[in-house]
Design a protein around this ligand. Structure first.
Ligand SMILES: Cc1cc2nc3c(=O)[nH]c(=O)nc-3n(C[C@H](O)[C@H](O)[C@H](O)COP(=O)(O)OP(=O)(O)OC[C@H]3O[C@@H](n4cnc5c(N)ncnc54)[C@H](O)[C@@H]3O)c2cc1C
Length: 272
């Protein structure tokens, strides 16, 4: 069987890798040369978690994914996944806190539930409000998305870089099946799908050198929720002085925090 995969971002690269592993004759097409800065799979970090508050049905998929990330590390010889744990912070009734505990209960996951006082003591890098509750998801960490794409595509026998596919039909003459993994460009290829493309922005903040509480013991990657209806978002940090806006990398001034100045900390670190 001969399969074309349109897109070499996280989704297309993973699809291509797994198809190639099953012995399928796969060709991955990309309009750019992945990894690149123009799509969603850009940058150095993404959170991976297990106690999914979004729905416990995700948990088996996540557990399977961890094994495959380790497999990819082993065959590529690259470190892609760093286990750090993740905190879900919010009120006791917030979607993140309730949902994470529900997933953990259903699947017997290793979590800790912390009060505001415990959170302040253990993770002083976070701004903690009275009444906050935190769920520590131990099976969570940080993935390197660009590294992952590089590693996965190394295992794909044929990649057609800088090749823009105009239509799905144009490939059906040469291939038995076509997988569309074109990310935000999907509507160009499948115009009947009711998709609305949103721009989402990543920002990496530099950290003051003396902010020792941002080390592994004082800070945890987090999803924070201030109300039961809010959709939590994740904060990510690196010491790299770049901010990445929708795939465009721009230089930016570092935002500095100093130890003990928690009350003046930029709220962008903790997302409501
Ligand atoms: C701000 C932000 C934060 C995120 N945080 C997380 C997180 O913490 N954890 C997590 O798991 N996920 C996170 N995600 C989601 C994750 O990054 C995406 O799900 C993933 O990168 C999507 O990959 P993709 O392959 O679908 O799309 P893309 O990476 O955009 O890849 C699509 C590819 O298709 C190619 N292409 C498009 N059209 C054509 C064509 N006609 N011909 C040839 N090639 C074409 C493009 O060049 C591109 O390389 C985040 C996303 C964003 C934007």
């Amino acid at each position: 069987m001969r399969v074309a995969v349109i897109g070499g971002g996280a989704m297309g690269a993973a699809t291509s890798w797994r198809l190639a592993k099953r012995g399928v004759d796969v060709v991955c097409f990309d309009r750019h040369s992945p990894p690149h800065a123009f799509g969603s799979t850009h940058g150095e970090s993404r959170i991976i978690r297990t106690a999914y508050f979004e729905g416990s049905f995700y948990v088996p998929l996540l557990e399977e994914a961890f094994a495959m990330w380790r497999e990819l590390e082993s065959v590529s010889g690259s470190q892609l996944l760093r286990m750090t744990g993740a905190l879900y912070i919010g009120s006791a009734s917030s979607e993140a806190v309730v949902g994470a505990q529900q997933s953990a209960k259903e699947h017997g996951l290793d979590i800790d539930v912390l009060s505001a006082a415990e959170l302040r003591k253990r993770y002083r890098g976070h701004i903690t409000h009275d009444g906050d509750v935190a769920v520590l998801d131990r099976q969570a960490g940080i993935l390197n998305p660009e590294g992952a794409v590089t590693s996965m595509l190394q295992l794909v026998p044929e990649i057609r870089r800088n090749e823009h596919v105009a239509t799905v039909e144009s490939l059906l003459r040469e291939f038995d099946a076509v997988v569309v993994a074109a990310g935000p460009w999907t509507p160009e290829l499948i115009d009947w799908l009711p998709l609305r493309i949103e721009r989402q922005v990543h920002a990496w903040l530099s950290i003051a050198r003396d902010a020792d509480w941002f080390g592994r013991t004082g800070f945890q990657s987090s999803s924070a929720s201030r109300s039961s209806s809010a959709t939590p978002t994740a904060s990510r940090l690196s010491t790299d002085r770049r901010s990445k806006l929708g795939g465009i990398t721009t230089a930016t001034s570092p935002i500095r925090r100093t130890s003990g100045a928690a009350s003046t900390t930029p709220t962008s670190i903790r997302c409501a």
